[in-house]
Ligand binder design. Structure first.
Ligand code: ZN
Length: 258
């Protein structure tokens, strides 16, 4: 079988029946490249590097799902096969290059190859996420990512990025609440922002619908161990509850005041 589009093979839903309005999303949770792609021709070092996934993001998101008793929707496939935070027409949905690495298995893809990948890996993710969001009365979309401390040889000083697209209500609330929760270097729309095409999930599932939303980027050296991942998840869970409370949203009473 060339492609499997069985949802359970490509999308992981945790706590799908949670009552919380929070919908956690992790598009880059996995570095798995299905066998049929023959590792996309990549060397071993590249297959598990940050170009293939967001190291630590899955663990942080999982712990947050537990702390907040909230659903978590994750892609089970490497972003090099299909980046679920990109629309099918974006060249970097199936990048032929990422940072220093060429990705041989993504070179010269035909229109049909691209359409097949989108159908197999993006459509189930998009549909599953939409179903989870639609099942909640006043959903709050929080996407969890990690970024590399050094990119193309440049060291990044920012430690936490709070990213937004056109609707910055929840990003503002997070940034305003930051001093109550952390001494880490927190910045809006860093180390990149909507101009780099990274807010696709927010733009698709939250902004047009007026759902509160934010994208969280954590420098991956800060979540490299189990204890650090748990600590960061605890930090972000408390921070989220506080930020939402300042907007009049209580996670206990599922109110829709915004
Ligand atoms: Zn990411």
């Amino acid at each position: 079988m060339a492609h499997s589009n069985q949802i359970e093979n490509v999308v992981q839903i945790t706590r799908g029946d949670a009552a919380s309005p929070v919908v956690l999303v992790c598009e880059h949770a996995s570095h798995l490249i299905p066998d049929e792609f023959d590792n996309l021709g990549l060397p071993e070092a590249a297959k598990r590097s940050h170009i293939a996934w967001d190291p630590g993001a899955h663990e942080v998101a999982s712990h947050m799902s537990q702390h907040l008793q909230a659903v978590l929707v994750e892609s089970k496939i490497s972003r090099l096969v299909y980046d679920c935070n990109r629309p099918p027409e974006a060249p970097d949905a199936m990048p032929a290059r990422s940072e220093a690495f060429a990705i041989p298995g993504n070179e010269g893809l035909t229109k049909q190859d691209r359409a097949q990948r989108a159908q197999a890996f993006y459509d189930p993710f998009r549909r599953s996420l939409a179903t989870q969001i639609n099942a909640r009365k006043c959903p709050v979309i929080i996407t969890i990512h990690s970024f590399t401390p050094v990119y193309n040889g440049t060291v990044r000083d920012v430690e936490i990025g709070i990213l937004q697209d056109d609707d910055g209500r929840l990003a503002d609330a997070f940034l305003n609440a930051a001093p109550r929760h952390t001494d880490l270097r927190v910045q809006r729309n860093a180390p990149y922002g909507p101009e780099h095409g990274v807010t696709h999930t927010l733009k698709t599932h939250a902004v047009p619908q007026r759902h509160l939303n934010v994208m969280i980027e954590i420098r991956n050296d800060l979540i490299a161990t189990e204890s650090a991942q748990l600590e960061m998840a605890t930090l972000f869970s408390r921070w989220a509850v506080d930020a939402l409370a300042t907007l009049g949203v209580s996670l206990e009473h599922t109110s829709c005041k915004v």
